[in-house]
Write a protein that binds this ligand. Structure first.
Ligand SMILES: C[S@@+](CC[C@H](N)C(=O)[O-])C[C@H]1O[C@@H](n2cnc3c(N)ncnc32)[C@H](O)[C@@H]1O
Length: 203
């Protein structure tokens, strides 16, 4: 499938669009991927743990439609929702509702002048903390060193909100602890690219 690699999250009038409301079955642990694209990661999680519920958020409607078509065809507890992680997260989910949040390979925006388009910043880290239950987990993975370093600085800098599961100022050393692989993760592993992972628990 041909994919546009990056969509400007500050463009397309995205800030004026409303996020879709999330209808999430009560009583089931909730896992959320921000910037899910095809949500391959969540489909693999759902196959392994069908008792949980999975929501993927993306700013590209077409991808979200594809996610929901696949979920229906395969009868998986996966829901795709249009939403802008940096603008909509706290309006989409009740405080403390999520048991896990995944940020898998966010768009890198290499150029200095594009840096403000990067997904994980201090505000988003605080919003993620708000929707996570106490002890809930946040995984960030990337193959871009600059993104990994920025995320480490943001998240370890919020040591009143997050505990680094690998120890302070450290990357997660093992493989993906959640036994699922996103589309980008599969590509990186196939191409032998390095992957940096950060795993935090909500304080
Ligand atoms: C590089 S792709 C990675 C997709 C997937 N997570 C993976 O690992 O294969 C990044 C995705 O994040 C989406 N995205 C970028 N900024 C976003 C934002 N602020 N909120 C929600 N989705 C966003 C893009 O549309 C794109 O689908």
């Amino acid at each position: 499938m041909r994919r546009r690699q990056h969509v400007n999250p500050l463009g397309l009038g995205l800030s004026r669009r409303r996020a879709q409301a999330a209808e999430i079955p009560a009583g089931r642990p909730l896992e959320i991927e921000l910037g899910c694209a095809d949500a391959q990661f969540l489909f693999e999680r759902a196959q392994r743990h069908p008792d949980r519920f999975y929501v993927g958020i993306d700013i590209r409607h077409q991808l979200i439609d594809d996610v929901n078509r696949r979920a229906a065809a395969e009868a998986r507890p996966v829901l795709g929702l249009f939403g802008h992680a940096n603008l909509h997260l706290e309006s989409m989910f009740a405080a403390g509702r999520a048991s896990r949040v995944f940020v898998n390979f966010p768009d890198p925006w290499f150029k200095r002048r594009h840096r403000k388009r990067r997904m994980l910043d201090r505000d988003l880290a605080c919003s993620i903390h708000t929707i996570l239950e106490p002890g809930g987990e946040l995984l960030l993975q990337t193959d871009v060193w600059a993104i990994a370093l920025d995320a480490l600085a943001v998240l370890d800098g919020l040591d009143d909100l997050y505990i680094n599961a690998a120890g302070p100022w450290s990357f997660w050393k093992g493989p993906n602890p959640f036994h699922a692989r996103s589309w980008r993760e599969q590509h990186c592993e196939g191409a032998g690219l390095p992957i940096w992972r950060l795993l935090y628990r909500s304080a």
